[in-house]
Design a binder for this molecule. Structure first.
Ligand SMILES: Cc1cc2nc3c(=O)[nH]c(=O)nc-3n(C[C@H](O)[C@H](O)[C@H](O)COP(=O)(O)OP(=O)(O)OC[C@H]3O[C@@H](n4cnc5c(N)ncnc54)[C@H](O)[C@@H]3O)c2cc1C
Length: 274
């Protein structure tokens, strides 16, 4: 393909069919999609796609399935506005538009041999899940696998069945906490940083991957810094308002950085000044 055609194709959505969907909470739905062309998406953990509903618009959504999934790919969408609520109305068999995968990714090869600490806040579990599953699939390549997941309340827990598997897997150290409890909850209560004092972590052997709202990661990096995990082994995904997804329009720009193209995955060393 020549350069002009290549550039044009960045803006042209491909059709994808919803092959399955399941409500995960009142606000979030899990989707299994397949590109109608039969092409594999070919994403890496941490990357996103631009999902469009024809006649409504587009929204950036992280790919939540691992690259090892060959039969299509998975998304988890919180229904908050025009596009994401229009997606909620769609059924199995309906078609959406997909551009991408876009953005930088988390590189599981770069942290082989390390203990891996995942810290997810709320919807942050969605992009991290792709990497968590990749690491668990190749666990012999890593040391300890520690997952901290903090969410607002018991009814906002995502991927409940899978979390139970991680909880019951002796090779995964899974810890969950909620901000606000109810009668059903037997676990930890408090924000995700309250898990840090409960679990010994060796900073010399650990790489940390953090995903969640800005306010959460600012507090989490305080913990990782205090522990002594190096800034270049502390990885984050930044969420910004995005339009084009390919570093042209500037909606997501932070200083000279286009978050959609150079991010959303960064090391803390890269973004400390933002
Ligand atoms: C790289 C990236 C990955 C993302 N991955 C996911 C994902 O996996 N699942 C998911 O549910 N969401 C994800 N999001 C957020 C998602 O893109 C927004 O919720 C979506 O664009 C909202 O579009 P809308 O048309 O439904 O809402 P709109 O009608 O545009 O807006 C509804 C409300 O949400 C606010 N809003 C819209 N977009 C954003 C945003 N990016 N950040 C903060 N507030 C916003 C608006 O100000 C408004 O208050 C991701 C965003 C980025 C940048």
């Amino acid at each position: 393909m020549n350069e002009a055609a290549d550039a044009k194709s960045l803006y042209v959505p491909e059709k994808a069919e919803i092959v399955d969907k399941k409500a995960m909470t009142d606000d979030e739905t899990w989707y299994h999609l397949r590109l109608s062309s039969g092409r594999e998406l070919g994403h890496q953990p941490g990357q996103f796609v631009q999902v469009s509903v024809f006649g409504v618009g587009e929204a950036p959504i992280s790919v939540t399935s691992p690259p090892s999934m060959k039969d299509g790919f998975e998304l988890c969408i919180r229904h908050v506005g025009n596009v994401t609520n229009a997606i909620k109305e769609l059924d199995v068999g309906d078609i959406v538009g997909i551009r991408g995968p876009f953005g930088s990714s988390f590189d599981p090869d770069a942290v082989k041999g390390k203990d891996i600490l995942f810290v997810a806040g709320g919807l942050g579990i969605v992009p991290l899940r792709s990497l968590i599953k990749t690491v668990i699939e190749n666990q012999d390549d890593y040391g300890r696998v520690i997952i901290f997941y903090g969410t607002r309340s018991p009814d906002t827990v995502l991927y409940e069945n899978e979390l139970r598997e991680w909880e019951n897997d002796p090779s995964v150290e899974f810890h969950i906490t909620v901000d606000i409890t109810d009668d059903t909850w037997k676990g930890n209560v408090g924000v995700v940083t309250t898990l840090f004092p409960k679990v010994p972590i060796d900073p010399d052997k650990t790489a940390a991957f953090i995903c969640g709202p800005d306010i959460m990661f600012r507090f989490v990096v305080r913990e990782t810094e205090q522990l002594g995990i190096p800034d270049d082994l502390t990885f984050l995904s930044l969420e910004r308002r995005m339009k084009c997804g390919v570093g042209k329009c500037g909606h997501c720009q932070e200083e000279s950085v286009f978050v959609c193209r150079e991010g959303p995955c960064f090391t803390y060393a890269d973004i400390k000044s933002f």
